[in-house]
Design a protein. Structure first.
Length: 148
């Protein structure tokens, strides 16, 4: 069974965690994904190994960025008809506040969905959705089959 077929099978069962299990980095840092109301929300429970600055303690910026990139990928996988595995081609992040030693949450919006490229915005927060700790913009390549 191809990876795309396996993912489509998992999607048909609404098994959000099985998708995370297919992404080794997401699993390593502790990403979880679930449906909250009508929205897909990813979460990252606090793990001591995700600390970058033990003096504050603050989460490592790379962990925050990796979490957000994976949250966008997971959201995209759930929202689109999957033909190929989306590949990240561009990722830009703005760090707004330090990530404290607590659970993070991310929500993604697909701003543009073309036949070859998807543009997603991701917002990550901890205690208050209205006080994001980071925001990111991602471009994913959806299909390499069509010429530019």
């Amino acid at each position: 069974m191809s990876l795309v077929n396996e993912i489509n099978n998992i999607k048909s069962r609404h098994d959000y965690e099985a998708i995370v299990d297919l992404i080794p980095y997401a699993k390593t840092i502790g990403v979880e994904t679930s449906m909250v109301g009508e929205s897909i929300v990813s979460s990252l429970r606090f793990i001591e190994s995700n600390i970058g600055n033990p003096a504050i303690p603050a989460l490592h910026g790379g962990v925050i960025a990796g979490f957000m990139e994976n949250a966008a990928l997971l959201h995209l996988i759930w929202e689109i008809e999957l033909i190929n595995i989306p590949k990240i081609v561009d990722f830009s992040i703005d760090y707004l506040r330090p990530g404290q030693a607590s659970t993070m949450y991310s929500k993604c919006d697909i701003n543009r969905l073309g036949s070859r490229i998807a543009l997603c915005n991701v917002s990550t927060w901890q205690e208050d959705i209205n006080k994001p700790i980071a925001q990111a913009r991602c471009h994913f390549l959806l299909s390499e089959n069509k010429p530019l």
